[in-house]
Design a protein. Structure first.
Length: 330
């Protein structure tokens, strides 16, 4: 698949929705509503690039990543991976495609089975997909450990014997075991010390260059997203509000929510930092079970107009490759 500029699209998401039902009653459960975790988003990820996905906690970033990989089945919408619609796949067909898509989880303390050795954790995908057995499997595991900067002779150790950064490296080695094309990095550095975060991000960049990987990089830290991403999508309450390349986003943010997010990122120059105007958002994020009418951001937007409370803005292209969902933009 290619876009209008001829770039090779690996992942295309169209109108993706993921609602979690709200029920009431102990015996006879009635469906009384939905938590709209992901509410009709569309974007594409080009082969070999890193798309950053940012936003506040609870805006639907992790759900988006899991729904793309079909760990959650979408409520509506389509997900195309290398031209194949994943939503229509089931059983063995989906399992075969899963070899090409992997995930690095947020919490390295919870994502590794404490009862399994590191060797067994990394070898599990190889066994599940019948890729390697015996000596070949052991050699592949040692090779993967070396690849992520760990001692290959650690295969008989258990997760509790490692630090957080080392555990995340083990998670990365497991994700690489099947030589995937696409990896969803679900806040892979948020649980780590700041001193370790840069090491893990640098490792991800090295691996991307070496194996031609494509990443969806989910994060809170906007400065880290700027470092690793080619393009950035900003998410608010289940919807993408702005999507563009990283330089345009940081130098010319068009959506009021993006502007507020970027105003909170510290700048190391004290002269610029002192002159800079902070945008403080009033109120709380609305519930995804009952989002506002019109624009989702209208209840907290400092420049909201009457139309914002009535009509939902569509994500439209206002400049080359720069899409924004705001009535004030373009």
């Amino acid at each position: 698949m290619s876009d209008k500029n001829g770039r090779d699209v690996l992942v295309r998401v169209e109108g993706l929705k993921k609602y979690f039902p709200i029920t009431r009653g102990i015996v006879f459960q009635r469906h009384i509503g939905d938590v709209k975790a992901v509410d009709g988003i569309s974007f594409e990820i080009f082969r070999g690039e890193t798309l950053g996905l940012v936003g506040e906690s609870g805006c639907g970033k992790s759900t988006t990543g899991r729904t793309i990989l079909q760990l959650y089945r979408p409520t509506a919408g389509q997900v195309f991976f290398d031209g194949v619609n994943l939503v229509q796949l089931k059983g063995n067909a989906l399992r075969r495609m899963r070899r090409r898509m992997q995930m690095i989880f947020q919490d390295p303390y919870a994502s590794l089975n404490p009862r399994m050795t590191v060797g067994n954790i990394i070898a599990e995908p190889l066994e599940v997909h019948g890729v390697a057995r015996g000596k070949e499997k052991r050699e592949r595991v040692q090779e993967l450990l070396q690849l992520v900067g760990l001692n290959p002779y650690f295969i008989n150790r258990y997760p509790h014997e490692f630090s957080g950064g080392q555990r995340q490296r083990i998670g990365i080695a497991r994700a690489l075991a099947l030589q995937p094309d696409f990896i969803v990095c679900d806040e892979p550095i948020s649980a780590l010390d700041v001193s370790i975060q840069a090491q893990v991000v640098n490792l991800l960049e090295e691996l991307q260059e070496r194996f031609g990987l494509t990443y969806l990089f989910i994060a809170h830290d906007l400065s880290m997203v700027r470092h690793i991403s080619d393009r950035v999508a900003v998410m608010y309450l289940g919807k993408i509000v702005e999507l563009t390349d990283r330089d345009s986003l940081y130098t010319n943010p068009l959506h009021p929510y993006t502007q507020a997010l970027l105003s909170a990122v510290p700048i190391p120059d004290p002269v610029i930092e002192e002159k800079r105007e902070r945008i403080i958002l009033e109120g709380d994020v609305p519930s995804p079970a009952n989002p506002p009418r019109g624009c989702n951001f209208s209840t907290r937007c400092p420049v909201a107009m009457e139309v914002c409370f009535e009509v939902e803005p569509e994500l439209k292209e206002v400049a080359s490759g720069h899409r924004v969902a705001c009535h004030l933009a373009g």
